[in-house]
Design a protein around this ligand. Structure first.
Ligand SMILES: C=C(O[C@@H]1C=C(C(=O)O)C=C[C@H]1O)C(=O)O
Length: 378
């Protein structure tokens, strides 16, 4: 048979398939109405198992394809039924409320909580995220969160991931434990310099201070040194400030370029990071779940019940809507028996009703679902 002839036949089968699929979905809608009237649950595992047994028996050597097709049909029927009869989910209701409040333009001014001191990478990020904001410096990531939660600052800026070191776990943990929204993000190219008091030579150094993230990003340089103690501190700019204030000629700081001039230090080596493509993403957080105009990125934290295909179901929904996933990272839950949560980022906007419907479906099917925000990267 010619290819064109075979394809004609496939077209005819597809037409029947589509017709039958729509008929099946109509019947499933009727089942939904019945279940609603009789207070029955949507999922009926026994019925699904019985259908699968019949289908696989009739499909011979192609049983696994038939199994997969019918499992997908059930999944579609159940998600349509949930759409018809379930109350809106918590997150979807909250997102709709944010949208109904009207999307506003990102504010130009306001107090911003920033971890560190002048010259910190977070400060450069603050200037990028809110060029006309007023910075309030605090000591820790937790203090940034508290400043925003208490209303002291309208905004807070935190590092969320680095291209060499991955996610900043401490920040994700704070986002999991507090009800905050991401309203903007930005990406900075980070260079690390080795700063000392003027006149200090490499061989004089016995102690190097910096933030844990920076230490991780300069591991090759640090491993090449002998007899040097590496001491983590709160912030790269604080490390520079400390070396300057102590006046210790055996100490050095891993810090950013502006800190040399800011704290009267000299640069001994102007590029000690493992990779020259070293980027850190920073987020701007608020207390209220606001979605500003131009939002095109969604951040989520989700967890599944431990069952086959759970992650696949989520990914297939994204693929069906042609949504690009820019991040998928699994993170072990501390103190659990190998349970994981997933950090997800999507190129999508909740202004698109099909995206919002998909998030609602995800919320229904996931054991844990946290919507961190829909925002623009600047
Ligand atoms: C359609 C129904 O609801 C769900 C979907 C099923 C299906 O698509 O065949 C089967 C059982 C239920 O989990 C039903 O209960 O019959």
């Amino acid at each position: 048979m010619e290819l064109s002839e075979i394809r004609e036949k496939i077209d005819a089968v597809d037409e029947q398939l589509l017709d039958l699929f729509l008929q099946r979905m109509d019947l499933s809608d009727e089942v939904a109405a019945y279940k609603n009237a009789h207070h029955l649950p949507i999922l009926n595992k026994e019925r699904e198992r019985a259908i699968l047994a019949k289908v696989t028996e009739k499909s011979g050597e192609r049983e696994r394809y038939a199994y997969h097709l019918f499992s997908t049909l059930f999944e579609l029927a159940r998600s349509r039924q949930a759409e018809l009869i379930s109350a809106p989910t918590k997150v979807a209701a909250q997102v709709r409320a944010s949208l109904e409040a009207g999307t506003s333009v990102f504010p130009q001014t306001g107090l911003v909580a920033c971890q560190g001191v002048e010259g910190a990478n977070s400060q450069v990020a603050c200037d990028r995220l809110l060029p006309r904001g007023n910075i309030v410096y605090v000591k820790t990531f937790q203090a940034v969160v508290s400043a925003v939660e208490s209303g002291l600052c309208r905004f807070g800026v935190l590092p969320i991931e680095n291209s060499s070191n991955g996610s900043v776990r401490a920040v994700y943990e704070l986002l999991q434990d507090h009800n905050l929204s991401i309203v903007r993000s930005t990406r900075l190219c980070i260079r690390h310099e080795l700063l000392t008091l003027p006149g200090v030579k490499m061989e004089d150094i016995t102690e190097i201070y910096s933030h844990e993230q920076a230490i991780g990003q300069c591991s090759k340089f640090l491993n090449s040194l002998n007899g040097v103690r590496v001491i983590p501190c709160d912030n790269t700019a604080m490390a520079a400030k400390m070396v300057a204030e102590k006046g210790d000629r055996h100490a050095a700081a891993i810090s950013s370029h502006p800190c040399a001039a800011l704290y009267g230090l000299t640069c001994l080596n102007d590029s000690i990071q493992d990779s020259d493509n070293n980027y850190t993403r920073f987020i701007c957080i608020t207390k209220d779940p606001v979605i500003y105009a131009g939002a095109n990125r969604i951040s989520l934290i989700i967890a599944f019940d431990n069952r086959p295909g759970a992650l696949y179901e989520i990914l297939s929904k994204l693929a069906a809507l042609d949504i690009n996933m820019t991040k998928l990272e699994s993170c072990p839950v501390a103190g659990s028996d190998f349970e994981f949560v997933f950090f997800l980022e999507l190129d999508a906007s909740v202004q698109d009703p099909s995206v919002l419907a998909m998030l609602e479906e995800m919320e229904r099917s996931c054991a844990e679902f946290q919507f961190l925000g829909n925002y623009a990267e600047v």
